[in-house]
Design a protein around this ligand. Structure first.
Ligand code: NAD
Length: 438
């Protein structure tokens, strides 16, 4: 007998027929579908819109022949997923990673859809990936791979279609090669086709610290709601790369004291406080790693870092750090998810029951895509803004997004992650509805 409701719809599509890479419980694409299903239930979403939102609208699978330095040809596999463009052109980064799967890319593309809707920028969600190990490749091989990828997807991206950006293992230089290849293919410069470019090629001021700045702005707003004085508030930061270091510096400027920090080289606590700016300078000169900096304090086991007592905890490294195994011991007042997916779905109810105020990832780290959108706008006008304008507009977007989530959480008496879904899914669904898609 056919099942009704969500369970019935789940079975309406043969997962294997669309090339899903794994049935595992932690398949990120399945997790995104479950999160959507929860929101759809509460919003009483039109069933056709719900079904459409469970799948990418379009995806491109490409094979990329690349001439290696030894003269051989190696064929790489890549993807570009355009998850949903109801609110505007799709937007999302490109990852180069040996463990990339189409499902990771689909999940990240779905999350970009919700993130762009949440900060209310007129863009949909997309993501790209190439299965490769950049650490084993020379600069020349990376350049040829980047250009080959754009040759394959170049007619399907563009300022009004789909706009890639850097992500794991890709950077401003790679974006510059891609913009250049796109210009050769089309016969004109369209810098807004890709964001995260170098300043010399239409990049935006204020992009470097945008994600960390967004983290600090959402923490500031949460502290107001909780009546928490940030002056002297203890903070712990896991991951001291782009997001973690800027979040730490900007929260320090708001009065927080960095009492714990960790990265790939270790974890440390120091009740006297660690100077975030001086640590960033050290890390920059030390291959990106904190180990060896004099003011770090006592080294602790890496897995203890997140359990360090503090008011503000910022995971800004990897996914799946807060799980059902350690969630009960993690009790900051504010958990500001700088990283993507640092908390597993099993851990959420535990944090919620313990009164931890979670600022969910696709709200907390949305500062980056917001300034990327500003980069697109500047490229489209070929007129560039100053840093104060970027900061002011970023603040407006982040504060508005934060309060839309907080109000939704109050209204439906749900935790902030579900509230963020309710705001975002509702906005995308409304655009689909008025466009007449369902
Ligand atoms: P990054 O590479 O600059 O920094 C990553 C940091 O994590 C480094 O300090 C590294 O040493 C540390 N790290 C790596 N393995 C670790 C481990 N096992 N334990 C503890 N620390 C470890 O990366 P980033 O750009 O700062 O991104 C961090 C997270 O934020 C990722 O989840 C990313 O997807 C997310 N994010 C980044 C941006 C952005 O604009 N950069 C935007 C949105 C979300």
């Amino acid at each position: 007998m056919p099942k009704s409701g969500i369970a019935g719809r789940l079975e309406s599509v043969d997962f294997h027929a669309i090339g899903v890479s794994s049935d595992a419980k932690d398949n990120p694409f399945r997790i995104t579908q479950q999160q959507l299903d929860q929101a759809a239930e509460i919003l009483k979403l039109d069933p056709a819109i719900h079904e459409l939102l469970r799948w990418p609208l379009r995806e491109i699978h490409v094979a990329l022949p690349v001439k290696m330095d030894d003269g051989s040809i190696k064929v790489f596999q890549g993807f570009r997923v355009q998850y949903n463009d109801a609110r505007g052109p799709t937007k999302g980064g490109i990852r180069f990673h040996p463990d990339e799967t189409v499902d990771t890319v689909r999940a990240l593309a779905a999350w970009m859809t919700w993130k762009c809707a949440l900060v209310d920028i007129p863009l949909g969600g997309g993501k790209g990936g190439v299965i490769c190990d950049p650490r084993q490749m020379s600069q020349g091989e990376l350049e040829r791979l980047s250009r080959a990828y754009v040759r394959q997807i170049g007619h399907n991206i563009g300022l009004v279609k789909d706009v890639p950006a850097p992500d794991v293992n890709t950077n401003a230089q790679i974006m510059a090669w891609m913009v250049d290849e796109y210009a050769f293919m089309h016969g004109y410069n369209e810098f807004g086709v890709i964001t995260g470019k170098p300043l010399a090629l239409g990049g935006s001021v204020g992009r470097e610290d945008a994600t960390g700045r967004g983290v600090s702005l959402t923490v500031r707003e949460a502290a107001k709601i909780l009546n928490l004085d940030l002056n002297g508030a203890r903070m712990v930061v896991q991951g001291f790369g782009n997001v973690g270091s800027w979040a730490a510096i900007l929260l320090q400027e708001l009065g927080c004291k960095l009492v714990g920090v960790g990265d790939a080289s270790g974890a440390w606590v120091n009740p006297e406080g660690i100077d975030a700016r001086a640590l960033k300078d050290y890390v920059k000169k030390n291959n990106g790693l904190a180990k060896g900096y004099a003011g770090l304090g006592n080294e602790i086991p890496a897995e203890s870092l997140l359990e360090t007592p503090c008011e503000v905890l910022v995971p800004a490294a990897l996914e799946n750090q807060i799980t059902e195994k350690n969630a009960a011991r993690i009790k900051p007042r504010i958990l500001a998810e700088g990283a993507n997916g640092p908390t597993t779905p099993d851990a959420d109810p535990i944090l919620f029951a313990n009164g931890v105020y979670v600022i969910p990832d696709f709200l907390c780290n949305a500062g980056g895509v917001t300034v990327s959108y500003f980069e697109m706008v500047q490229n489209a006008y070929n007129f560039y803004w100053d840093l104060d304008t970027i900061h002011e507009r970023l603040e407006q977007k982040m504060v508005a997004a934060f309060h839309s989530v907080h109000e939704m959480a109050q209204r439906y008496k749900v935790h902030n992650r579900l509230a963020a879904y309710l705001v975002a899914v509702n906005r995308v669904a409304e655009a689909m509805h008025v466009r007449g898609w369902a």
